[in-house]
Design a binder for this molecule. Structure first.
Ligand SMILES: [Zn+2]
Length: 138
């Protein structure tokens, strides 16, 4: 099975800036103009104050591993060639959490609270996926 056959993201219209940013290797997430909180995943309405004044802001791409699992086994799929791989919830410095993969290290070296930074993995001309790799502290 080839990696190119992996399922691609389904893009909601209101999430388009996230994917356009990723294509330019920028991590952009929503921030509420009314309450000032960051929001992820992309939404139409702020989950904190119900404002519709959400705007997009480029963020640091730095964070820590909040939780993770090492996938060692799964049903036949286009992801099999990558096992073992890490699926993680990354808590960004801006306070929101993002599900992604931890790459660029031994999957078994990943730990909770480990500092990570975003890297971009180009899938095709349309999609680039934000993933995370171990980062130096600070
Ligand atoms: Zn708000």
């Amino acid at each position: 099975m080839s990696a190119s056959k992996k399922p691609l993201p389904v893009v909601n219209p209101w999430a388009l800036p996230f994917w356009e940013g990723a294509r330019d290797e920028k991590l952009v997430i929503q921030k509420c103009r009314d309450c000032g909180k960051f929001v992820f995943y992309p939404r139409i309405v702020c989950p904190h104050c119900f404002s519709q004044a959400l705007e997009w802001e480029q963020v640091s791409g730095r964070g820590t591993v909040y939780s993770y699992t090492v996938v060692e086994n799964n049903a036949p799929s286009y992801f099999q060639d990558e096992m073992p791989y890490v699926v993680a919830l990354v808590r960004l410095a801006e306070g929101v959490q993002m599900m992604s993969n931890i790459v660029g290290c031994d999957p078994y070296s990943v730990r909770c609270d480990m500092p990570v930074e975003v890297v971009f993995e180009k899938v095709n001309e349309e999609f680039t996926l934000p993933k995370f790799r171990p980062a130096e502290e600070g």
